[in-house]
Design a protein around this ligand. Structure first.
Ligand SMILES: *[C@@H]1O[C@H](CO)[C@@H](O)[C@H](O)[C@H]1NC(C)=O
Ligand SMILES: *[C@@H]1O[C@H](CO)[C@@H](O)[C@H](O)[C@H]1NC(C)=O
Ligand SMILES: *[C@@H]1O[C@H](CO)[C@@H](O)[C@H](O)[C@H]1NC(C)=O
Ligand SMILES: *[C@@H]1O[C@H](CO)[C@@H](O)[C@H](O)[C@H]1NC(C)=O
Ligand SMILES: *[C@@H]1O[C@H](CO)[C@@H](O)[C@H](O)[C@H]1NC(C)=O
Length: 683
């Protein structure tokens, strides 16, 4: 029987091996294939391609490459990139369980990779002395990376990335896949550990400059949503040999795999590979890959086997009553064992992969059944309850978000999962979430000192925030916003900065909450309504016109917030005579009027404050509230003004006086390029 299967393997291999012409091939196992091997790469007698050997011993730096022997016409004679599609099954097994091992890459390069390049983190793609740019290594690669290298701005130690001529990925994502829920419209992110030793399948689809990368555990079918989708990539440009005269565009390139092992040893194996230059790659026949796959799985199989033995042994020897008892014991043991493993795994993932998915009943228990006594507040998105997690005793705040639009909620959930990866000392951390019917429950860390709003505007508070505390909070919020706008891998527009969204932790640090949440409105709103999320007084003038949130609209809201904290008044409120008072105008007019000083607007409840700091803060608040988006400083600049690294530019009150904002805005449309939250792309 096994002989027959192997005969089939050989037959299929022999008829596919290169016979389909130069543009399509399928390797259901690599036995007898004519791959171009280099370095440590080898093909076992079962047809498994190993890129490096797992026993690295003393010579710790090893690498290997396996390439299809013929160059393929990736670019036509007019310099236009051809589409292609590829799929392969791989596994990465670290040599000892404590380390993750180094990763590997699927590569298209001008020449088959070879040579004496060193060090694990370079994945066998580049020499550490020439990271990209040189003619020898024009390449396009999908990296399956298991080490976080800060020099390449890796997002974590378990990610899939798209590399264009250098190892700083153009796009990357934590390894995993989106499963297609029964509800169809909802894609739930399931993390995968690349270096688990388990076989996984990758699909790479490139069509009209769009590149999709999809990952799934074997033997799952291809998930319908890709893990990574990137546009545009022009393969012809990526592979262009700069030194070549005239066009310099190559027409052919080589395709294959590359890996290296450095301080962390691992064995990277490929079991099968299908490729097509002009259409979808033929699906791999997993049953043909199975014999070698079985070997890899042996170790994990062994564990399961041992467990089964116990299950069988107990009932077989004793009477039927004992059988029952035995089964019960086993079920209990299994339950305990699974639970233990689950919780361990969750801890792992939590540390690296973002928010935890909670069970609804746990959150209900934590909040005493969403008891009214636990209510912390009501926001634009729903109620917030205080809770205590049963197993850890951790204090949490649970926000119940509901939406009329189910579609909106499901799309939004995917973004929430991304938002959960954000970590910054000036952001309220999103610990986890739970989706229950039409509700999304968001679990945040609990902020013992509540919202800034209650300190600013509630008369019953005994404690008045001092000037020092206020300045510290403003700096903290600026720092958090800087992280969202510039320092994270994607630009996050907060969209709803205001005093009630600034929370105070135990040390009275200001922390931004609800980041990205205003997006829910976007997902929910239908195309014809121009609903703008945000709060009156914090809304930039162009936002009400163009409904397009940008970094500049966030800065406007930040300006309103800064004035609010310094003056102790709401952005839009009433003065003692009951007249409407727009804070920005009032501060500006007080400054402009010859009789007064800008410092007259400082919160009268403050007994003492540093006059130079107060002046800086007030003027900065005004500058951020400039009617024209282009006139507002970036958050990085704001940070430097606040830190005293740069003096605030000199300006007069008239600078802020644009009488006909609408007319000017028509001439200067706001930048729309940077309005990205969550999933929608890079900066
Ligand atoms: C590396 O590639 C990225 C994305 O293609 C690009 O933005 C970056 O400038 C490159 N870095 C270097 C050092 O070439
Ligand atoms: C990539 O994925 C998107 C979303 O699923 C899909 O619309 C698009 O057609 C895919 N493109 C390719 C090249 O597969
Ligand atoms: C790039 O062009 C130069 C000059 O023609 C040539 O020497 C070099 O081999 C080319 N590089 C590759 C990878 O083809
Ligand atoms: C802030 O919270 C901490 C810890 O709960 C508490 O000790 C402190 O008194 C609070 N500060 C104010 C000003 O309420
Ligand atoms: C701004 O313009 C308005 C209308 O032209 C004028 O009444 C006001 O005095 C100006 N304010 C300043 C500060 O120049």
């Amino acid at each position: 029987m096994p002989g027959l299967i192997w005969l089939c393997v050989l037959l299929i291999l022999s008829c596919h091996d290169g016979v389909d012409g130069v543009t399509e091939f399928i390797y259901n196992g690599f036995a007898r294939s004519k791959l171009h091997l280099d370095g440590e790469a080898s093909i076992s007698k079962h047809g498994v391609l190993s890129l490096t050997s797992s026993s690295c011993g003393d010579s710790s730096f090893t690498q290997g490459h396996g390439f299809h022997p013929e160059a393929l016409p990736f670019v036509n004679s007019h310099g236009v990139s051809m589409s292609f599609s590829a799929t392969f099954v791989f596994s990465i097994t670290p040599s000892d369980s404590d380390t993750s091992g180094d990763g590997m890459a699927f590569v298209i390069s001008l020449a088959p990779l070879s040579g004496t390049w060193t060090d694990g983190q370079y994945l066998g793609l580049v020499n550490q002395d020439d990271d990209g740019g040189t003619l020898a290594n024009r390449f396009f690669a999908i990296e399956l990376d298991t080490v976080a290298n800060w020099e390449f701005r890796d997002i974590d130690n378990n990610h899939v990335g798209i590399d264009l001529n250098n190892l700083t990925s153009a796009a990357s994502s934590t390894a995993g896949y989106y499963s297609d829920n029964v509800e169809k419209d909802f894609h739930f992110f399931n993390p995968l550990r690349l270096s688990s030793g388990k076989p996984m399948q990758v699909w790479v689809d490139y069509y009209e400059m769009q590149l999709n990368v999809t990952l799934a555990p074997v033997p799952m079918n291809k998930p319908s949503s890709p893990l990574l989708s990137y546009y545009p990539i022009d393969l012809a440009k990526v592979l262009k040999n700069d030194t070549k005269s005239k066009a310099g565009v190559p027409t052919t390139a080589y395709v294959g795999f590359s890996a290296s092992s450095g301080d962390w040893c691992a064995s990277q194996q490929i079991f099968g590979w299908s490729f097509n230059l002009y259409g979808p790659a033929k699906p791999l026949d997993l049953s043909l890959l199975l014999p070698p796959l079985k070997q890899v799985q042996d170790s994990s199989r062994q564990e399961a086997h041992d467990k089964k033995k116990v299950v069988k042994w107990v009932p077989a020897t004793i009477s039927s009553l004992a059988i029952l008892a035995g089964i019960t014991t086993c079920l209990l043991f299994r339950w305990w064992w699974c639970k233990k493993r689950m919780s361990e795994r969750n801890e792992d993932w939590e540390a690296e992969l973002g928010p935890h998915r909670f069970a609804y009943k746990d959150l209900r228990r934590a909040t005493n059944g969403f008891d009214d006594n636990q209510l912390l507040g009501k926001g634009g998105f729903g109620q917030v309850y205080r809770g205590v997690l049963g197993n850890s005793g951790m204090d949490i705040a649970v926000k119940r978000v509901s939406s009329e639009s189910k579609q909106g909620l499901t799309e939004f959930t995917a973004e929430v999962i991304i938002l959960g990866r954000l970590r910054h000392r000036n952001l309220v951390r999103l610990i986890g979430y739970c989706r229950h019917k039409v509700e999304l429950l968001l679990v945040y860390e609990y902020m013992p000192n509540g919202s800034l709003d209650s300190y600013m505007h509630t008369q019953t508070r005994h404690t008045m925030l001092s000037w020092c505390q206020r300045l510290h909070i403003i700096r903290g919020v600026a720092c958090g916003l800087l992280y969202l706008h510039e320092d994270w891998e994607q630009v996050i527009i907060h969209r709803d900065i205001k005093a009630s969204n600034v929370l105070l932790d135990g040390e009275m640090n200001g922390r931004l909450g609800d980041f990205g949440l205003a997006r829910l409105h976007d997902h929910g709103a239908d195309a014809h309504t121009t609903h703008v999320a945000g709060t009156r007084g914090y809304l930039a003038p162009e936002l009400t016109r163009f409904s397009k949130a940008t970094k500049a609209t966030d800065v406007f809201a930040f300006g309103a917030f800064v004035l609010e904290v310094a003056c102790g008044r709401r952005p839009v409120g009433f003065n003692a005579r009951g007249e409407l008072l727009v804070l920005v105008q009032w501060v500006r007019d007080t400054w402009a009027s010859g009789s007064g000083s800008i410092l007259d607007t400082v919160d009268p409840r403050l007994d003492e404050y540093a006059a130079d700091e107060a002046e800086l803060v007030l003027k900065l608040g005004l500058l951020c509230s400039h009617p024209l988006p282009v006139a507002r400083p970036s958050i990085r600049l704001i940070m430097r003004y606040l830190d005293g690294d740069l003096p605030l530019p000199e300006f007069s009150p008239e600078y802020l006086n644009i009488t006909d904002v609408d007319q000017v805005l028509d001439e200067v449309p706001p930048s729309v390029a940077n309005s990205i939250t969550g999933l929608s792309g890079g900066r």
